[in-house]
Design a protein. Sequence first.
Length: 237
Amino acid sequence: MDRPIIGILPQYDRRFDKEFIGDDYVKAVEESGGQVKLLHITEDDAEMDAQVAACDGFLIPGGRDIHPELYGAAYAPYTAPVQRFRDVYTLAMIGKIKAADKPLLGICYGLQAINVAYGGTLIQDIRIECPFINTPHDRKLGLSKESAIHDVTLVPGSPIHNVIERDYTGAHGFHHQAIKTVGEGLTVMGRSADRLVEAVYDPERKYVWGVMWHPESDFGYREDSKRVFRYFIEQCR
């Protein structure tokens, strides 16, 4: 069977003014049966249409904070430096991917972008806006790789619950932001112990998933993460 072409929307390194994609994403897609195509940020509508037409499915990887203006909020001082041009491209691509009803998996920034594209909003910093939350969501706080893993409770009967076949999964956290209001048309599939949204999907589309954790980072040794990627690739065939 042919390997489906997975268009990965690029990350961006402002230090070197360079688009890139992390090796872990490429490895997870390829070892799950997909063929990676690195897409490029553009403002050209026709070029975005061509990108959508050229791929069987799409992956939005992690990245910087989304510009708050794009979800109707003021820019808070604790929001990390943004890359608005990437955000605008990503949101436009989500709209085109939805219209084509092609599979889309968003990871961390990708989930947040999907939520914003559906009209949802974000918490700009969990520790500041939600000081009552003590679950470790951001490994960059100095936590070890192991201690930054927290459980995500999966909604019974949800697509991800059916794929993982358990009531919970472990999550590698790298985010200081989270979903505030869920976008219209999205359904929650998982939450952390402190009730933050960790996974969503669009029940009206063939496959639109977003997860707040990083299944690519432990793909090599966690069965749950392998299942997430294998199922994504299956939906792209």
